[in-house]
Write a protein that binds this ligand. Structure first.
Ligand code: ADP
Ligand code: X2W
Length: 268
């Protein structure tokens, strides 16, 4: 049986749906009985609401939030604070013991600023895995926000899909990117079952995969190529076992899949 860790990324809109959060953590509880699980989360909608209530303008370029350094205390508060603790509380309420973390905790992930025009937006890279492996060995559920820092100590806002790919790489885990859609949809809103580098380029050129989904698919492809296994994009309403068994969602396939016993990404 495949016992590699499962890294599950959830988008911020989940936080607005208490019933979906409960269902997801119950599904995580089932899977966690056989394999270690890590949750990585965003909180884009929460950030939007907070910025609006503070009267601050917030814009995105190619799906990434432009983040002036003086916005970071609020964004950090929304993601590492409110969103993280809301998810941890929901996990506890379903009988799963969470540990709330951010990318920089335990030196799991190190970030570099992307480019000046984005402000404090970070590009994440793996650092040390020992801390996270020790946390998993305790049998608890790490719940990780996408706030990171640079080696110089600058707080950075990381897209949560990109954050999740790096955590999956850190653990050589299986990656599920769960969102408010059933998976990647074509121009007729039908589910695309499999995507490769070529088909992703085609759909993006045709304007079918855009905005946050473009960031997600690019992050998934990079992770699939690095890990040499399929990455899943699916709905957070779906059962995790169903996603791993390829009954639902979109699989992002690498050019070559490394054979692993019992891996959902195996070619038969
Ligand atoms: N081809 C596509 N298929 C599905 N969703 C798409 C597609 N192109 C753009 N989107 C948009 O991407 C959104 C998911 O990305 P995003 O909002 O960043 O999710 P999350 O916050 O869960 O990471 C969908 O709700 C949809 O509006
Ligand atoms: C740089 C950047 O875009 N950061 C994101 C981080 C949160 C996120 O990615 O949240 P979702 O998963 O809910 O979209 C942001 O500020 O919205």
């Amino acid at each position: 049986m495949n016992r590699s860790p499962i890294v599950i990324k959830v988008g911020g809109a989940l936080l607005d749906d208490a019933a979906a959060m409960t269902r997801l953590f119950l599904s995580i509880k089932d899977v966690k009985a056989t394999r270690p699980v890590v949750v990585v989360h965003g909180g884009g909608p929460l950030v939007e609401t907070l910025m609006a209530s503070l009267g601050l303008q917030s814009t995105k370029i190619d799906g990434l939030r432009v983040t002036p350094d003086d916005h970071m205390p609020y964004i950090c508060g929304a993601l590492a604070g409110a969103a993280n603790k809301q998810l941890c509380a929901a996990a506890l309420a379903t009988g799963v013991t969470p540990v709330g973390l951010s990318l920089l905790d335990g030196n799991m992930v190190v970030c570099e600023p992307l480019a000046e025009k984005y402000g404090a937006v970070g590009v994440p890279a793996t650092a040390e895995s020992t801390f996270l492996k020790n946390v998993l060995a305790q049998g608890v559920l790490p719940v990780i926000s996408s706030i990171g820092s640079s080696p110089q100590g600058r707080l950075l806002n990381v897209n949560a899909d990109q954050a999740a790919t790096v955590i999956a790489e850190l653990l050589d885990g299986e990656l599920l990117l769960l969102s408010n859609v059933d998976g990647v949809l074509d121009a007729n809103k039908a589910l695309i079952v499999e995507l490769t580098a070529n088909s992703i380029k085609q759909y993006a050129d045709d304007g079918v995969i855009t905005d946050g989904m473009k960031v997600k698919v690019d992050a998934a492809l990079q992770s699939a190529e690095t890990l040499k296994r399929a990455v899943f994009i699916a709905s957070w309403s779906a059962d995790i076992a169903d996603i791993l068994n390829k009954n639902t969602g979109t699989q992002i396939l690498p050019e070559k899949i490394a054979p692993r016993e019992g891996d959902a990404g195996d070619t038969e």
